[in-house]
Design a protein around this ligand. Structure first.
Ligand SMILES: [Zn+2]
Ligand SMILES: [Zn+2]
Length: 321
């Protein structure tokens, strides 16, 4: 099948999936009252989903993987190229999912690598778009490790758009504000039931539910936390337990050097930049219907203080050390 046709089909499926997930979130919400244009919606959409993805795709494929291919092209060995496309997709899905489970778990246990992952946990209102919030370094590492083997081993060119489509579909599903009962399937396929807990601000889940697509990694490696109820609807039940910048560039700066935004406000240039986003947001908020927009944003100088995480009483078998 011509590559352009594959791209058209995968893009069409993806747009239908987005509409389906958005409708599902409205029909059966995990947290009731979460607005469509919730806090951080525009950063996740404009910066993380559109701008960052666009530039990182060029960087990863043209400036990292292409030079690698010139040095280590293994396609002549036909390791995978003789397999049917479906088997190739499953093979890379499975192997990359194991890698991402292990790396994700490592990021939660390593202070240095946590700095490239905390952005993903910073949202207090998690929905289908929230999964796009990932630090530049995290994306470069993960997507290079994801797509380089596909190209270097000479897989069918169709595998890349199919795999990218599945990544996006799973990302939207597991972060979707959807109340879903997976039944026995929850032991195999990851879902909001487990992954939304991973975004909760509880000590018990800081080292739990690392899986992306296949939840069996968490069951296999005993890192599942599934108490049978939701984390709660209060903002302090979600996200990080410490203050984290709301601005895309400040979020990346924060991973390099910790700073207190309130103290930096004494500098005129910082104050101007810091207040630019709330000013733009208030213009956008006024232009949108009130029922779709998020609750009133905190004034720049009155940032919400996030309380310490509220410890639940975990079930005995779910306590993770
Ligand atoms: Zn995580
Ligand atoms: Zn997530």
């Amino acid at each position: 099948m011509p590559q352009q046709q594959v791209l058209t089909i995968t893009s069409t499926i993806l747009f239908c999936w987005i509409a389906f997930i958005i409708a599902w979130e409205r029909i059966s919400p995990y947290r009731k009252g979460l607005k469509f244009f919730r806090e951080g919606f525009w950063i996740d959409l404009v910066w993380y989903t559109l701008i960052q993805s666009y530039f990182l795709k060029i960087m990863i494929f043209d400036y990292i993987i292409a030079p690698m291919q010139r040095h280590w092209d293994l396609s002549e060995f036909h390791f995978v190229s003789n397999w049917p496309v479906a088997v190739q997709v499953l093979f890379f899905l499975f192997t990359h999912d194991l890698y991402i489970y292990l790396f994700h778990r490592f990021q939660h246990s390593n202070k240095f690598f946590w700095r490239f992952h905390e952005a993903h946990h910073s949202g207090k209102e998690v929905d289908f778009l929230a999964g796009s919030r990932s630090h530049i370094v995290e994306i470069i590492i993960n997507q290079t490790i994801e797509f380089a083997p596909i190209i270097l081993l000479g897989a069918d060119p169709m595998v890349i758009p199919i795999k990218a489509m599945l990544d996006a579909m799973f990302g939207m599903f597991i972060h979707g504000n959807i109340k879903v009962n997976m039944g026995k399937l929850k032991y195999i396929i990851n879902s909001p039931e487990l992954h939304l807990w991973h975004h909760a601000n509880y000590i018990e889940v800081f080292h739990a539910n690392f899986a992306t697509k296949f939840s069996f990694w968490d069951y296999l490696f005993k890192s599942v936390y599934d108490p049978g109820h939701a984390p709660g609807d209060k903002p302090e039940n979600w996200g990080l337990h410490y203050d984290y910048p709301r601005d895309y560039f400040l979020q990346h700066a924060f991973s390099v050097k910790r700073f207190d935004e309130q103290k930096l406000l004494k500098y005129k240039w910082f104050s101007w930049y810091y207040n630019l986003r709330p000013r733009l947001m208030s213009i956008i908020d006024k232009a949108l219907p009130a029922k779709l927009t998020t609750a009133k944003q905190a004034a720049p100088n009155q940032e919400n203080k996030v309380p310490e995480p509220v410890a639940l009483v975990p079930q005995e078998e779910n306590i993770l050390q």
